[in-house]
Design a protein. Structure first.
Length: 452
């Protein structure tokens, strides 16, 4: 008996130590089993307490009266399956007649407390079926991206971890253009580095505009097909991109193959409908600080500014079919930047906001799509760099955090894939001149530092 007691004490102590120091390890070893048992045993009572049950149907009541049996109890949604993951549990339920997915979403916080989980989010899969994703610990405190991510589709890049334990992808074919906001030291630059590092192994041309004299993007120059570090060069580069877009449209127009013998699915309307040997390389344009392109102090600078914004708006409106995608970054992005800015923002479907200094900055990102996301963005603490709120025009949003990637790590990745940098004749004048790739390499680690 003494040996069993000692063993039990050691196991409990080990579980407590793991839960304190390594919550991910604790979840895999002890937490997932305990949480699954908790959900199974408490399910009916929790659903009843959260108001997610329905009264018995009339035929069941009539049958009970006819057979002189007790009145049937209210019924909770039926469990379809319960699946453990590396960060939590996934519970799929079938709603009863009269229930709505919104009722489950409204009860998410109560379900979190009742099941003793760190977080609970819900989403409707199809009519009558809701999926609850429950996390067992704070997955955003120490970000650990899964070893394998779904990269089967082109232009789909894993860049961050979501608060429900899933991977946040930057899918350019679904969301062509995006806006990223964030105050100084909010993690905006790290998010951009993760994006460049994720794009580096793919067949894509990277074009950068960094008017802070290139301090953010020029260290990654070996993987960029074109770079600009001042407003004058940025204007020439953007207008060259507009000309390149027109050339790509001519290629698509020549290969549309519109005839009665060609099926609808084979008629080309963008670069992805073209045969692979004719398909132009897609282009991702990264603008590090958009305010530097929009500010002016003289009449001449105002004319240059208007041409820059016009070129950006044209690329945002017409660039998707030509395979040109925009990543606009900045600390603020509002109408105070001048005419044309709100027109540009309307074309940026994806929105990501890191910690901001005021509510109006959050409104610039989410005010026109999701008021709830605005509230979440202004609640990001200062001691959690990299935490952000992401959303799109559908109104859906989620908290994410990109893994910490130093500038040296991003440089190493870009150097390793420098041979994939495509040469675009239209942008040849803006190709950065860089020395030979150094032979030294630094070990890579993509783990975010723990926050207090």
């Amino acid at each position: 008996m003494t040996g069993f007691t000692v063993t039990l004490v050691l196991v409990v102590a080990a579980a407590g130590l793991l839960r304190w120091r390594r919550p991910a390890w604790y979840w895999v070893t002890f937490g997932v089993t305990l949480a699954a048992l908790r959900v199974r045993l408490r399910y009916a009572s929790v659903m009843d307490a959260c108001g997610l049950t329905v009264p018995p149907s009339r035929w069941r009541m009539a049958l009970a009266r006819a057979t002189n049996r007790p009145v049937p109890e209210s019924r909770p949604p039926r469990i379809l399956w319960l699946r453990p993951t590396r960060t939590g549990l996934v519970l799929r339920i079938k709603l009863r007649p009269g229930q709505d997915a919104f009722d489950v979403a409204a009860a998410s916080d109560r379900l979190r407390h009742s099941f003793t989980m760190y977080g609970v989010t819900s989403r409707e899969l199809r009519s009558g079926v809701v999926e609850l994703r429950m996390t067992g610990y704070d997955v955003l405190k120490r970000v650990q991206m899964p070893a394998k991510a779904d990269t089967s589709r082109p232009m789909r890049i894993p860049v961050a971890l979501r608060e429900d334990g899933g991977v946040h992808y930057r899918d350019y074919r679904t969301v062509p253009h995006a806006l990223t906001l964030g105050a100084t030291e909010s993690g905006k630059s790290v998010y951009q580095r993760n994006l460049v590092a994720g794009l580096a192994p793919h067949d894509v041309a990277l074009v950068g505009i960094d008017c802070k004299q290139g301090v953010e993007l020029f260290p990654l120059a070996r993987r960029f097909s074109a770079l600009a570090d001042n407003q004058d060069t940025a204007l020439d580069l953007l207008e060259a991109l507009v000309d390149h877009m027109q050339d790509v449209y001519q290629v698509i127009r020549a290969e549309q193959r519109i005839s009665v013998a060609v099926p609808d699915a084979e008629i080309a309307a963008d670069i992805w409908d073209l045969p692979e040997h004719l398909r132009p390389v897609p282009v991702v344009v990264l603008v590090d600080e958009v305010a530097e392109l929009a500010l002016f102090a003289s009449k001449e600078e105002e004319k240059r500014r208007d041409r820059i914004i016009t070129a950006l708006v044209r690329l945002a409106q017409l660039g998707r079919a030509a395979g040109i995608y925009l990543e606009i970054c900045g600390q603020r992005f509002g109408s105070e930047l001048g005419k044309g800015i709100t027109m540009l923002r309307a074309q940026l479907t994806g929105r990501t906001a890191h910690r901001v200094n005021d509510e109006s900055s959050a409104n610039m990102a989410f005010g026109d799509i999701s008021p709830d996301a605005v509230l979440a963005a202004i609640q990001i603490p200062t001691d959690a760099p990299g935490v952000a709120v992401t959303g799109d025009s559908s109104g859906g949003w989620a908290r994410i955090r990109a893994p910490h990637t130093s500038l040296r790590q991003a440089v190493n990745i870009c150097n390793r894939h420098a041979d994939r940098t495509p040469h675009l004749p239209a942008l040849a004048a803006f190709r950065p001149a860089v020395p030979a790739v150094p032979s030294a390499r630094v070990s890579l680690s993509k783990t975010a530092p723990a926050t207090a």
